[in-house]
Write a protein that binds this ligand. Structure first.
Ligand SMILES: [Zn+2]
Length: 342
């Protein structure tokens, strides 16, 4: 590997003050910032920029600078450099160093060999610190609603399995310097809580709602995670589901079927008027395009209105009389199905 003369790279004297070093660094960093260079010399500028940053990293850190000065005084920039055996020189394989710091070759092999172990210890420390102050995990859950629930809207309560900070020890896992008996030192306990959800208007199958702070608790004062709730719509007695299509029974009176009628339907898209053409038969499917559930790959299925002939629950005497007249007028014979013909 090549010896890097950090003083020469920054153009400062060996006894330069930290202020002088920072000043020199700022000037050079501005000059060689890759964004200020075009296609052809951009790569060269990048390389130079990296070395300038590396030099600053070493020379503005008193510990690194002292270590560097101790071993660097007898070497010249670019000279082939072999680290001395043993002693304070901590070697670290440059590949290992690179993979630790995300690769990309930000630092020279020389730097990796000389400071790899220091950087590794620092990274470990930072990780340990982070673990102590972690944000809680996000939680994924599914909520099953029927199509009728979705159409009705309103609020819905559901139970949610949770991980919570242990109430006995407050999440520390310790109680008077002993392991907490409630959570066995884990600092968290499993529980259940009831969550109230306001069903959104534009609810559809597969919709993911983010409910803030309903995930796992953070550690050491870290933020609570979020709950990602996936809505799954299921069919029910009134709205049967087949894939993305919905089949809904629509009762119509015989005279509506005979003469045609406009019937208001409750759908996921609000009230929609169905046009029942004259002479519609019971069991006939009337398709309402695009009023079904969402397809996974986009677009929407259809709503099929399944016509059911029905009589009003109570007929007036006048209606009963009219039906009798219909029969006496010699109504056409009704045939088919399991019906035995006379
Ligand atoms: Zn506890």
């Amino acid at each position: 590997m090549k010896f890097q003369d950090y003083y020469e790279i920054l153009g400062v004297a060996r006894d330069a003050s930290e202020d002088d070093i920072k000043k020199a660094y700022r000037k050079l960093a501005m000059k060689w910032h890759p964004d200020r260079h075009q296609d052809d010399d951009r790569a060269a500028a990048e390389e130079k920029f990296k070395r300038i940053n590396e030099a600053k990293e070493v020379l503005t850190d008193p510990e690194k600078r002292a270590k560097y000065d101790k071993f660097g005084q007898n070497w010249e920039h670019g000279q082939d450099f072999r680290p001395p055996e043993g002693g304070a020189w901590q070697t670290m394989n440059p590949e290992e160093f690179d993979s630790m710091f995300g690769g990309g070759g930000g630092f020279s092999d020389f730097f990796a060999s000389m400071f790899g172990d220091d950087m590794r210890a620092k990274a470990r420390g930072a990780r340990a610190h982070r673990r102590y102050q972690a944000r809680g995990a996000d939680v994924n859950a599914e909520l099953r609603l029927t199509v009728s629930d979705a159409i009705d809207g309103g609020k819905r309560e559901f139970g949610l399995g949770t991980v919570q900070a242990c109430p006995t020890c407050g999440g520390t896992g310790e109680l008077d310097q002993h392991v907490c008996y409630t959570c066995a030192g884990m600092g968290r306990v499993r529980g259940r809580k009831t969550v109230e959800l306001k069903i959104p208007k534009e609810v559809r199958d597969g919709l993911v709602l983010r409910l803030k702070s309903l995930g796992e608790p953070g550690v050491g004062g870290g933020e609570t995670g979020d709950l990602y709730l996936t809505i799954r719509l299921q069919g029910d007695a009134n709205y049967r589901r087949e894939g993305a299509d919905i089949y809904a029974d629509v009762p119509v009176a015989p005279w509506e079927a005979l003469e045609g009628a406009k019937v208001d339907l409750r759908t996921l898209d609000g009230t929609v008027t169905l046009n029942v053409p004259p002479g519609t038969r019971s069991g006939q499917h009337l398709r309402m395009k695009g009023l079904g559930l969402s397809h996974e790959q986009g677009g929407r299925g259809d709503l099929f209105a399944v016509i059911r002939l029905a009589l009003p629950e109570e007929l007036s005497d006048e209606q009963k009389e009219l039906i009798k007249q219909l029969k006496q007028a010699g109504a056409t014979e009704v045939k088919g199905g399991a019906r035995r013909q006379a």
